[in-house]
Design a protein around this ligand. Structure first.
Ligand code: AMP
Ligand code: GLY
Length: 420
């Protein structure tokens, strides 16, 4: 089977690495890919937001399965366009991708599904939003309604922070994403990410993880796309997992099907857990980055069978083969990230690192230049390891990180602290 993966980050490198281990995979192409992906697959320069261009490329290259990594092409209907061209696709329709692309839509679905989540109000007018904040008081959470590359959420500990967030959003700092806002009750508790495949009917859990959003050790500094993750998440006990499935995920999937827009793909459920009760923080309609890197380390080559069964609506026929293992990934980022940072700085030492089913350096933002690997983004490398315990995965990942010679990069030294 010839397979095309869309995307260019560490998530897509890990998907490519796992898919390639499956003997069913003949040719693997990743578009646009990056320098790490180029070592294991062919990379192709196509505009992945242009459904017609992707469909034409797939036909010309005898592709029989397309796996869509990031949310942007999903939100613009690339999966629909490819399905219309007769291709087998992993990834939800534009209508189902609204579970990530619109926070107010998700809230509306939660209301209809009676899924536990934060109380909220939805505004298109700044004055009304300000009145609501003054009335509710802080802490309070202000969210741009649309996609904002992970930057559209302000957890305001004071009323004035929340009011400033409203000014920024209605001033256009978040583009069209901020033209509507959702204001939410601040939820306390421990966060976890729960990943399930759904084919429109059957729901199949494929793992849990915990992310580290803040840039620096001790959960300090600005919010980022994620500085490291580990899987499984200890807080996701069997009981909490079952509650999340029964009270949040199943009712959401049923509501989407009832509306004629069934969800088909991976649903990433961000949960807040307090006193044994999970509540929904948000949905994403794709694998998390860097959570995916941990999940792929644990699932390996079977992921292709799982994604294919999901795309073919055969999830009821398939099981996940679990090992009793743990994976942890440390993100190496360019100094300055998530603010301004230098590009094209040289990274050395990668050749000396082990690459096997227990150790992988996934590339998130790299390029090849004059025989060197150079940084080409904010989050650059994902140093990922697997072990019989989280402590072992942690030790292996940090041993690798220490051998990367990149003076212009930094990483957190405490990934996994909560569980260790
Ligand atoms: P989101 O982009 O919705 O995942 O939000 C980013 C982060 O903001 C989440 O991972 C949480 O840490 C935090 N967050 C979002 N909504 C809430 C909420 N209602 N209460 C507390 N924290 C929240
Ligand atoms: N790591 C969080 C995300 O992918 O949205």
């Amino acid at each position: 089977m010839n397979i095309l993966i869309l995307g260019s980050g560490g998530r897509e490198h890990s998907l490519a690495w796992a898919v390639k281990q499956n003997p069913k995979c003949d040719r693997l192409i990743v578009a646009p890919g990056n320098a790490g992906i180029a070592a294991i697959a062919d990379c192709a320069e196509i505009d992945i937001l242009d459904g017609d261009a992707v469909a034409t490329f797939a036909e010309e290259n005898a592709i029989s399965f397309v796996i869509i990594g990031p949310e942007a092409p999903l939100a613009t209907g690339v999966a629909d366009r490819l399905r219309a061209a007769g291709l087998l696709v992993f990834g939800p329709s534009e209508a189902a991708a609204r579970l990530e692309a619109s926070k107010s839509f998700t809230k509306e679905i939660c209301d209809a599904a009676k899924a536990p989540t934060a109380a909220y109000a939805h505004f298109t007018d700044a004055d009304a939003a300000r009145d609501y904040i003054r009335d509710q008081g802080a802490p309070i959470v202000v969210k741009a309604d649309g996609l904002a590359a992970g930057k559209g959420v302000i957890v305001a500990m004071t009323e004035s922070e929340a009011l400033t967030a409203i000014d920024d959003m209605f001033d256009g700092s978040f583009g069209d994403a901020g033209a509507e806002v959702v204001i939410e009750e601040f939820m306390e508790g421990e966060e976890a990410s729960f990943f399930v495949l759904c084919d429109g009917k059957t729901i199949l859990p494929v793992g849990t993880a915990q992310d580290h959003k803040r840039a620096f050790d001790g959960d300090l500094g600005p919010n980022t796309g994620g500085m490291g993750a580990y899987s499984p998440a200890p807080v996701m006990s069997d009981e909490i997992t079952q509650k999340a499935l029964d009270e949040i995920i199943r009712p959401t999937m049923d509501e989407m099907a009832r509306r004629g827009t069934p969800f088909q793909g991976v649903l990433f459920c961000g949960l807040m857990i307090q006193n044994g009760q999970p509540r929904l923080v948000e949905y994403n309609v794709r694998f998390g980055d860097p959570e995916c890197q941990c999940l792929m380390m644990r699932l390996g080559g079977q992921i292709l069978d799982l994604l294919q069964a999901c795309a073919e609506q055969r999830l009821h026929e398939i099981k996940v083969n679990w090992a009793d293992d743990h994976a942890l990934t440390v993100v190496m980022a360019a100094k300055g990230y998530p603010g301004a940072y230098a590009r094209r700085t040289v990274i050395e030492g990668l050749d000396s690192l082990p690459e096997d089913s227990f150790h992988m350096v996934f590339h998130a933002g790299t390029a090849a230049a004059d025989g060197n690997i150079v940084a080409n983004g904010g989050r650059v490398l994902n140093i990922t390891a697997r072990g019989a315990s989280l402590a072992e995965a942690h030790e292996k990942a940090y041993a690798m990180a220490q051998n990367v010679n990149w003076p212009d990069g930094f990483y957190r030294s405490d990934i996994g602290w909560r569980a260790l």
